[in-house]
Write a protein that binds this ligand. Structure first.
Ligand SMILES: [Zn+2]
Length: 428
């Protein structure tokens, strides 16, 4: 099929306001199709990916389906990447209350992702292995996309009109001032590698350990200030559809988000993934594991995702909004809501567990048991730590205002904040 033929099949753009209006009037929007492709080239063999297009919220009910796509870029070995690939999804799902409606499920998802990432990290630590992994974890439910990430793998969204937006945040010490400050405040040191003669080389790393990332799953030997708490972003795209490109840093060290999106527009997902990898290789050579997933979210009456005629679109916009708004458009790469193509539903990136779990976590009132908000283990309050027992068990921390945490997860929380539990403060 030629590009011209494909472009003739392009559906008319439907403004988000109209879409929301339809939903309010209870007009059922049809589920989109997903088409996806994957390509990879290994240098060290530490990249893993997960493709699960047919998950069900309610077992046996196909109308509750959702899809998961993820990339795990391991370092210092492969065991953390494999462990996360095998356990993370289950750990996230177990943190969502059973029998939730679709809306409740989507609303609970950002917090469940935080709980699932932390639980997976604790479980991996208990194995006593030392490797670590980045995670970029994407959940697609109809037109709603939720992305949780630690590390420097990235997910971008290319929508109608050629607007490219980043759905993840890079947790690289070199590029993230906030994370450098957090790591330092929690007891880590940030600096470059010193070579003979006192010259500093390479990117900023944290010590002990020498990792360039500030967040990951695993890395037991590096220090608890390398936290597994993900940045989470949830957006809803219009029913014109969109394309996700999820890839490890082998791609992003070679290509900008715009370059990656442009290099494969108008091509089917499978070919697109191959082309992005080829393009990265062409510009930088094979220096690292390079893995790319492309997922097209397509209106159900369209065979392929229509290409995005950028120039025409901008011209139309400038006619509609005048020059001032055209300038505004150019700056809008990360402000999708401003162009009415995508609605931003949720974004939070704090590394503090208390801020991420919220205060309104329900206890199991009927049984008198408390359920740990991270690992979902039921405990009678007397068995573990009560909801507000902070000062007794961790002298350095403020009273905990969050939901119930079991002794184990509580210890993990304090360690991530640079407060070791069980070490009494000696006042002389
Ligand atoms: Zn727990």
């Amino acid at each position: 099929m030629s590009r011209a033929e494909v472009s003739r099949m392009r559906p008319p753009l439907v403004p988000l306001g109209t879409l929301i209006g339809r939903e309010l009037r209870n007009e059922k929007l049809e589920k989109p199709f997903l088409k996806y492709g994957q390509a990879a080239l290994a240098k060290k063999g530490e990249d893993y990916f997960l493709i699960k297009p047919d998950c069900l919220r309610v077992p046996g009910n196909p109308s509750t389906s959702f899809s998961v796509f993820a990339i795990f870029d391991g370092h210092n070995g492969i065991s953390a990447a494999i462990f996360a690939k095998e356990n993370l999804l289950d750990n996230v799902l177990s943190a969502i209350p059973q029998e939730s409606s679709r809306e409740e499920w989507l609303q609970a998802l950002p917090r469940a992702l935080v709980a699932g990432f932390v639980k997976t990290d604790i479980e991996f630590q208990q194995k006593g292995e030392t490797s670590g992994t980045t995670v970029t974890f994407v959940v697609i439910d109809d037109w709603t996309i939720t992305v949780a990430s630690v590390g420097d793998s990235r997910c971008i969204l290319d929508t109608q009109g050629g607007v490219v937006s980043l759905l993840t945040v890079d947790h690289r010490l070199e590029e993230n001032v906030e994370e450098r400050e957090r790591v330092t405040a929690s007891g880590g040191e940030v600096g470059r590698l010193n070579v003979y003669g006192g010259n500093e080389v390479g990117p900023l790393r944290c010590w002990p350990g020498g990792l360039c990332l500030s967040r990951s799953i695993g890395d037991t030997d590096v220090g608890e200030f390398i936290v597994p708490i993900p940045h989470v972003k949830q957006v809803k795209i219009s029913n014109a559809g969109g394309r996700l490109i999820i890839a490890s840093d082998g791609i992003w060290d070679a290509l900008s988000s715009d370059m990656a999106a442009k290099s494969c527009r108008g091509l089917p997902a499978e070919l697109a993934a191959k082309l992005v990898v080829k393009e990265a290789l062409r510009s930088r050579g094979l220096k690292d594991d390079t893995t790319c997933l492309v997922v097209d979210i397509i209106p159900c009456d369209q065979p392929v995702l229509p290409p995005t005629p950028r120039k025409k679109q901008n011209m139309l916009r400038s006619l509609l909004f005048g020059k001032k708004s055209q300038n505004f458009m150019n700056k809008s790469t990360n402000k999708l809501s401003a162009v009415g193509v995508v609605e931003e539903l949720f974004e939070e990136g704090s590394a503090m567990l208390a801020e991420r779990l919220g205060k309104d976590f329900p206890s199991n009132a009927t049984s008198g048991l408390f359920r740990c908000a991270v690992c979902q283990v039921d405990q009678a309050p007397a068995d573990g730590l009560s909801v507000n027992s902070g000062p007794f068990f961790s002298p350095a921390s403020k009273p905990w205002e969050g939901p119930f945490l079991c002794a184990n997860c509580r210890k993990k929380k304090d360690a991530m904040e640079g407060k070791r539990a069980g070490i009494p403060t000696v006042i002389s």
